[in-house]
Design a protein around this ligand. Structure first.
Ligand SMILES: CC(=O)SCCNC(=O)CCNC(=O)[C@H](O)C(C)(C)COP(=O)(O)OP(=O)(O)OC[C@H]1O[C@@H](n2cnc3c(N)ncnc32)[C@H](O)[C@@H]1OP(=O)(O)O
Length: 213
């Protein structure tokens, strides 16, 4: 979409690098990145470093779109806080879909959702703001994913799964059909979730069981 607003990338680490590739594939104009310090990851594609904060006078909210390049790590709400703070300042976030992802026409993606390479989002799915559907993850029919949730690489969510806000579904896990996962919970990598998971709970294993954090 060459006629859309130029992009400023927030963050300079691994997730930002993946977002950068996504932006290039989406043919978006990239102004530069904002991070605490210049990073190695951004040297090779040579993206301009804009400083450690976004100056609204130089980059007014109405003229630019943002991309959240901070990853959704376990136990960190940095990604969510950044999104909320920049929204408060009047900025909007680009919703990005990799050209090798498959998204059903009837799926709905909210602002700032990032759908990475090889991901599949099926009919009737709903993905909340600022969530990441990472590499090769699949979200099946009529599943609802909350805001600020990270569906990590290789994860399979079967039909009608409901996931709250701020959840991490760890890499390679499977959630069987019609399961609910409460907000801020974590599903450990490689788990198979066969029972509902309450909010603020860590589950791991096959079948997934609660573990104290
Ligand atoms: C592109 C990207 O990189 S996206 C990144 C995606 N990342 C992920 O999906 C990672 C998800 N995180 C995990 O799975 C983590 O291991 C967590 C959150 C489940 C647990 O992390 P921690 O609390 O630090 O656990 P820690 O490593 O100390 O291990 C504690 C115990 O749990 C076990 N354990 C840890 N993770 C798992 C897991 N996924 N399944 C089963 N057991 C596990 C460990 O073997 C250890 O057992 P032990 O005490 O018998 O030795």
């Amino acid at each position: 979409m060459v006629d859309s607003k130029p992009i400023i990338l927030l963050g300079g680490g691994g997730h930002a690098l993946v977002c950068l590739d996504l932006l290039i594939r989406c043919k978006r104009q990239i102004i530069g990145y904002v991070a605490l310090t210049p990073t190695e990851q951004m040297e090779k594609p040579l993206i301009p470093f804009l400083g450690n904060e976004l100056i609204a006078d130089a980059y007014p909210p109405q003229d630019f779109e943002l991309v959240n390049g901070v990853g959704g790590a376990v136990g960190s709400s940095r990604r969510q806080h950044l999104f909320e703070e920049m929204k408060r300042q009047g900025y909007s976030f680009a919703t990005l879909i990799h050209d090798h992802a498959i998204v059903a026409d009837s799926a709905i993606l909210a602002e700032g959702v990032q759908v990475m390479a090889g991901a599949v989002i099926q009919a009737g799915a709903l993905i909340g703001a600022n969530s990441v559907i990472n590499t090769r993850a699949s979200v099946d029919h009529e599943s609802w994913i909350g805001a600020h949730t990270h569906v990590a690489p290789g994860t399979t969510l079967c039909g009608g799964v409901h996931v709250g806000n701020g959840v991490l579904i760890g890499a390679g896990s499977t959630v069987i059909q019609s399961i609910s996962i409460g907000e801020r919970s974590v599903v450990g990598a490689g788990s198979v979730v066969v029972r509902n998971v309450p909010a603020d709970t860590l589950v791991v294993g096959v079948p997934a069981k609660e573990r104290t954090r």
